[in-house]
Design a protein around this ligand. Structure first.
Ligand code: NAP
Length: 230
């Protein structure tokens, strides 16, 4: 039996929210709520708006993320605060605020799902260092396990996906410059595709993923999972 999906998406930019809403609308009822999720009050506002419409939430995907690349010598305070706020505090705040709705949806046979988007930057050490980003994603992977232990008995699974290189706004300049080299060095000899990420999220959200919790799933063509350290 298929259920009609009710989806809420969020990011800061109202125009991109509206565009994404339009693209996704063929799959269900989509609501777009612009919010700056690096702020605690904005996470709470988003959660309140989600809960106004429904007291149950089946799936929470913490995807928003930011990266800051700068040499060690000039790496500024702000590059810690902004990245940590969005990449690690925000998923915590959203889980905290949405927990009643997640617990309201989950059952022993069909738990609610939290899917955190981590990174292989927290599994191996990338050639170009990104201090706050890699650290924040390592924290998110561990928070995933901490939440998994606590929320399992409340019928909520918590897993993370750790992507390798995928085309996106965040990765545009890197992939323009060295995308071919990265693909050529990857064991599977290509970059990630959108359906690679979508497939993993569908798996975690489906019946097939209902007995996994506390896992970190690298989706990276083997880049970090077979790293040699050289
Ligand atoms: N692409 C990759 O190769 C790769 C690899 C490993 C991990 N990841 C992770 O995948 C996730 C998605 O990244 P992406 O590659 O798709 O990059 P992206 O295109 O830059 O997407 C980042 C998203 O986060 C939103 N965002 C940024 N700051 C925000 C804020 N303060 N509040 C709310 N939303 C905010 C952005 O929208 P607005 O600008 O409208 O706010 C955008 O939708 C991130 O967690 C990233 O770390 C990506």
């Amino acid at each position: 039996m298929s259920r009609h999906a009710e989806i809420t998406i969020s990011s800061r930019n109202a125009d991109t929210c509206a565009q994404a809403r339009h693209l996704l609308s063929e799959f269900g009822d989509v609501r777009a709520i612009p919010a700056d999720l690096s702020r605690h009050d904005e996470c709470q506002r988003l959660a309140d708006l989600v809960e106004v419409d429904s007291e149950r939430l089946d799936i929470l995907i913490n995807n928003a993320g930011a990266m800051w690349r700068e040499p060690l010598e000039t790496f500024p305070d702000e590059a810690w605060d902004s990245v940590i706020d969005l990449n690690i505090k925000s998923p915590f705040w959203l889980v905290q605020a949405l927990l009643p709705a997640l617990c309201g949806a989950g059952t022993a046979d069909d738990p609610a799902r939290i899917i955190n988007i981590g990174s292989i930057a927290a599994i191996h050490v990338a050639e170009s260092p990104n201090y706050s980003y890699a650290s924040s994603k390592a924290a998110l992977h561990q928070l995933t396990r901490v939440f998994a232990r606590e929320l399992g008995p409340r019928h909520v699974t918590v897993n993370a996906v750790a992507p390798g290189p995928f085309p996106s706004q965040m990765m545009a300049s890197t992939l323009d410059a060295i995308g071919d080299t990265i693909a050529a060095k990857a064991p599977l000899r290509r970059l990630g595709r959108h359906d690679d990420m979508a497939g993993t999220a569908v798996f975690l959200a489906s019946r097939a993923g209902s007995y996994l919790t506390g896992t970190i799933i690298p989706v990276d063509g083997g880049i970090a999972t077979t790293a040699t350290g050289t």
